[in-house]
Design a protein around this ligand. Sequence first.
Ligand SMILES: CC(C)(COP(=O)(O)OP(=O)(O)OC[C@H]1O[C@@H](n2cnc3c(N)ncnc32)[C@H](O)[C@@H]1OP(=O)(O)O)[C@@H](O)C(=O)NCCC(=O)NCCS
Length: 80
Amino acid sequence: MVWVEWIGVTRAYRRRRVATDLLRALLKRARRRGGHKAWCDSRVNNAESVPMLRKLGFKPLCAVKNHWYGHDFYLWEKKL
Ligand SMILES: CC(C)(COP(=O)(O)OP(=O)(O)OC[C@H]1O[C@@H](n2cnc3c(N)ncnc32)[C@H](O)[C@@H]1OP(=O)(O)O)[C@@H](O)C(=O)NCCC(=O)NCCS
């Protein structure tokens, strides 16, 4: 199992596929090293990362209410 921790791209460089390329490289490396599944979380109303994770093939497992700092989060998974 590979837990994908926080990813952030400085504002001036957003929407240039930086996060997509980094995550694709991470997932590829994880697969090569024997990982079978990646998972991560995001706030349910994160308008940037929710579509990004969907495009990368992550599926929402469940919503976790009142989680970090009282916000609602999705838990995501992707088979490698
Ligand atoms: C989420 C984040 C890492 C994305 O980084 P990025 O390098 O700009 O993302 P990419 O260019 O690879 O975009 C990939 C896809 O994400 C979605 N996306 C990214 N920014 C978006 C925006 N402002 N509005 C809507 N969709 C967006 C799009 O589907 C995009 O694909 P497209 O450009 O082909 O439409 C960046 O917005 C960020 O640092 N946000 C603040 C920190 C954060 O929320 N991190 C995630 C915590 S879970």
